[in-house]
Write a protein that binds this ligand. Structure first.
Ligand code: SAH
Length: 241
């Protein structure tokens, strides 16, 4: 008997943002292997009989990725329906592709149920649309800390449009310096910490004050940084959230 693994996007925090298909998986699976970013609210939706396994990782622990891959493989080979539950969308900085290809190479079926990414949902809950007919014809989602440990890669920063930086808080000074090479110091910016959860905090500033804003307010991960003119729409959209 052969099981399978389903990578499920848990969404950014608010359990209401889990997809119907993701919910069905949580209600029918035998095992859930979940990450640090998955909210308590979503975990409560898992079938009571399912085995819950925490696989949170700290930055740079590449060994544990290998351990997770083998855990998923082992559970699937036992014939289990395994949900690999990840914050946001599994294929947006979630290493979902590494896990899925590892399993498929070993003959274990692996499917994906996309999730609502925090890259879009956290700004939305803060009253910031990532595009606008007036302010931005496109958006770029980029990591603030590449796997090699360095900061943002300038080749990924376009001159125009909305920039959404993930995993940027711990390298905020480097991120700011890099962005200032491409964008004006007065470009509007915002930081959304723990977006879509009850603990959500939002700070608006300009690019030149980005690091100060993080330090003064004690902003911590997970947070997305948004840079661009769309932040000006916040006054019109935020009030009723
Ligand atoms: N797969 C996830 C992203 C994983 S990378 C997704 O699609 O959302 C981890 C980064 O995601 C964090 O450093 C932070 O930048 C962002 N993030 C995740 N959840 C968040 C939340 N609730 N609010 C703000 N940022 C969040």
């Amino acid at each position: 008997m052969k099981g399978k693994v389903v990578l499920v996007g848990a969404g950014p925090g608010d359990a209401g943002l889990l997809t119907l298909k993701g919910m069905e998986m949580l209600k029918s699976c035998d095992v859930v292997v979940y990450d640090r970013l998955v909210s308590e609210e979503v975990l409560k939706l898992v079938r009571g009989e399912a085995e819950l396994i925490y696989a949170g990782k700290n930055l740079g622990e590449s060994q544990s990725q290998d351990a997770i891959n083998h855990l998923l493989l082992r559970k699937a080979l036992e014939g289990k329906l395994v949900v690999r539950l990840k914050g946001g969308d599994p294929y947006v900085f979630g290493r979902g592709e590494e896990e899925c290809s590892f399993l498929i190479q070993r003959g274990v079926p692996c499917e994906v149920v996309p999730g609502v990414t925090s890259a879009i949902a956290a700004p939305a809950y803060a009253g910031i649309p990532v595009t606008s007919r007036w302010f931005s014809s496109g958006f770029t989602v980029v990591t603030g800390s590449k796997s090699e440990g360095s900061g943002i890669d300038l080749d990924y920063i376009p001159k125009k449009g909305t920039l959404i930086i993930m995993m940027g808080v711990s390298k905020i000074e480097e991120v700011k310096e890099a962005l200032l090479k491409v964008r004006s110091p007065d470009t509007p910016a915002a930081i959304v910490e723990r977006g879509t959860t009850l603990q959500q905090r939002v700070f608006a500033c300009t690019l030149k004050d980005l690091d100060q804003c993080v330090f003064e307010n004690g902003v911590e991960a997970p947070a997305v940084i948004v840079v661009g003119e769309v932040i000006k729409l916040r006054d019109k959209l935020w009030k009723y959230q």
